[in-house]
Design a protein around this ligand. Structure first.
Ligand code: SF4
Length: 359
């Protein structure tokens, strides 16, 4: 059984453009991440780990470090190996090998290779253009900073490019109820913040902002200098108010489905725990242990009571029986379950984690 322990909040010294949108949606998540030294309390999905491999490869390709298919295959295998070694250290054996646990592993690798074939397209038409990949940019006060994937500087044009390994657009509804697709707001804001950081460092704004996905589709993000400045000011205000909440000892959070579903600090969030008492839309449960049954089949079921409601969780491995049986009457929370077709019935998955509540 895992424990959260006492949370020691720490001041956040700076935020990155990629972090800004998440912080805007729930600043408490950023505070928890800082308090836990950015070490998540729940396993990250294997797709996210694979995303880091894809992103690293895009960076190496754009730098020109991957020249041919042999380079590509060797470096790709090296990156996968590094991630798998890290997973081993974190005892996330169930994600290894990544190839078997990631959705569309082969397809994404093929898409990535196409970036390599298109390397010549990326090369500057104007030979004086400079390609800078993964370059660090920061504001003068160092409060906002981050690495930009690719900056292409030609004589009279500067383009900032950010690579994304997932979907760049989302479907929205217009006033007439028709669907249309648009670049996600978080990516637009991230790029505008990069544009402002570029301005802070160089004294001029880029001329274009672009997002490029694995399928090599390029999406332009329109912007104005005033917009970039306004998002930059907003980010600084957010950082300041978030840090003030530590000194005041008054915290606020935003426990919605969209925010919490992928938050890896849920076990430490009192706001989320409170939400779980009445909201059964998550794959997590909380309650007091009322019964534990060890079946002959070798699986264990645990029954929790939460606000007079009985919750059943099946398919635990038998090794957890003694641990759970010794917790009768105690409040626990269980995360990353599978929701079964029957209401209030869940089952164990390989990423399930149990946490006891602070006494
Ligand atoms: S669990 Fe939800 S409310 Fe709590 S910190 Fe995470 S995102 Fe915010």
């Amino acid at each position: 059984m895992n424990q959260v322990g006492k949370i020691e909040f720490r001041k956040i010294n700076r935020i990155s453009p990629s972090q800004f949108y998440s912080m805007k949606n729930c600043a408490y998540k950023s505070l928890l991440a800082e308090a836990f030294g950015k070490r998540p309390l729940l396993p990250v999905s294997p797709n996210a780990y694979f995303g880091t491999v894809l992103h690293k490869m895009l960076e190496l390709i754009s730098k020109g470090a991957v020249r041919n298919e042999d380079d590509f295959n060797r470096m790709f295998d090296e990156q996968v190996k590094t991630v798998e070694e890290n997973l081993q250290k974190q005892e996330c054996y169930f994600f290894i090998p990544l190839q078997k646990n990631v959705k569309d592993f082969g397809m994404k690798k093929i898409l990535l290779k196409r970036h390599l074939r298109a390397l010549s397209e990326h090369q500057p038409k104007n030979s004086s253009a400079k390609y800078n990949s993964e370059k660090w940019f920061e504001s003068k006060d160092k409060l906002i900073a981050g690495k930009i994937d690719l900056v292409i500087e030609a004589a009279d044009e500067v383009e900032i490019i950010d690579f994304k390994t997932g979907a760049i657009t989302q479907e929205l509804l217009d006033d007439a109820g028709e669907t249309f697709s648009e670049v996600k707001e978080e990516y637009k804001e991230q790029l505008k913040l990069y544009a402002y950081l570029y301005f802070e460092e160089t004294g001029s704004f880029p001329t274009s902002l672009s997002l490029v996905d694995l399928a090599k589709q390029k999406f332009a993000v329109s912007f104005s200098q005033a917009e970039c400045k306004s998002i930059f000011d907003e980010a600084k205000r957010l950082l300041q108010t978030t840090n003030e909440s530590i000194s005041k000892g008054v915290f606020a959070a935003n426990p919605t489905k969209a925010n919490c579903k992928y938050c890896l600090y849920r076990p430490a969030c009192g706001f989320f725990l409170k939400q779980l008492e009445t909201d059964y839309s998550f794959n997590d449960v909380t309650g007091s242990v009322i019964d534990v049954v060890n079946y002959k089949s070798g699986t264990v079921s645990v029954f929790l009571e939460n606000c007079n409601r009985r919750i059943t969780i099946t398919s635990f491995p038998s090794e957890v029986y003694d641990e759970l049986n010794g917790r009768r009457g105690e409040q626990i929370s269980i995360y990353n379950l599978r929701k079964e077709a029957t209401e209030f019935v869940y089952s164990f998955t390989k990423t399930t984690k149990m946490f006891e509540h602070a006494g």
